[in-house]
Design a protein around this ligand. Structure first.
Ligand SMILES: NC(=O)c1ccc[n+]([C@@H]2O[C@H](COP(=O)([O-])OP(=O)(O)OC[C@H]3O[C@@H](n4cnc5c(N)ncnc54)[C@H](O)[C@@H]3O)[C@@H](O)[C@H]2O)c1
Length: 196
């Protein structure tokens, strides 16, 4: 029996890299998968690839910096497949040109990375948790980074945003474990994706 047979998963940033590989694996292991991504063409392409392998998937445009768009992606998942068991909060951005050291960094970029990398995790969880509570549990997985635990000469906002995700993960697990909702984070090192 496949490991996530019958489950429904929403993968954010699923058109490329870690999200795409995860979406494919979830589908291969029996889950119905919704791919939410800014790159809707890429998300549709991923759906085709999953369907070619016999999996079930759908795509939805998602802008992880917009609260309404995150809510729409969660609602679309529930409307399409009846529930949401797994939320993979995977969208994340880095910017080597503007996210510099503390003195020289672009402050608008600080705000953007906090919104896309951190607030999107809060919002995705906020909208998915009530649906998970209704079906007796679920699993939230957040992509943080080794940058959450180390430090660097640049990328101050990225590191801080991912450290916040790592800690928010513990708060979600603490607050909703009683509802059988698990919350875990993955902290990759360097993975050779398009972003890297
Ligand atoms: N690749 C690495 O070395 C590495 C290391 C540590 C952590 N990470 C984290 O892993 C996650 C995935 O990274 P990746 O390397 O697979 O990147 P990637 O660029 O290959 O994929 C990211 C996906 O997110 C989408 N996206 C970007 N901004 C978006 C937005 N605002 N709304 C919706 N979708 C958006 C992109 O279109 C893309 O499909 C990120 O959170 C990243 O910070 C990556």
């Amino acid at each position: 029996m496949a490991r996530v047979e019958g489950k429904v998963a929403l993968v954010t940033g699923g058109a490329s890299g870690i999200g795409l590989s995860s979406a494919k694996l979830l589908a291969k292991e029996g889950a119905k998968v919704v791919i939410g991504d800014f790159n809707i063409e890429g998300a549709r392409e991923a759906v085709k690839e999953i369907e070619k392998e016999g999996g079930i998937a759908s795509a939805i445009f998602l802008d992880a910096s917009v609260e309404e768009s995150i809510k729409e992606a969660v609602d679309f998942t529930v409307d399409t497949y009846g529930k949401i068991d797994v939320l993979f909060n995977n969208v994340g951005l880095t910017n080597l040109q503007k996210d510099l050291d503390v003195v020289n960094m672009d402050l608008d970029e600080w705000d953007r990375l906090m919104k896309v990398n951190t607030k999107s995790v809060l919002l995705g969880s906020r909208y998915a948790i009530p649906h998970m509570q209704k079906v007796g549990g679920g699993s939230i997985i957040n992509t943080t980074s080794m940058a959450a635990f180390a430090s660097d000469a640049i990328r101050s906002a990225y590191g801080a945003s991912k450290a916040a995700v790592a800690h928010l993960t513990k708060y979600i697990a603490t607050q909703y474990g009683k509802d059988r909702i698990r919350c875990n984070a993955v902290a990759p090192g360097l993975i050779l994706t398009p972003a890297a």
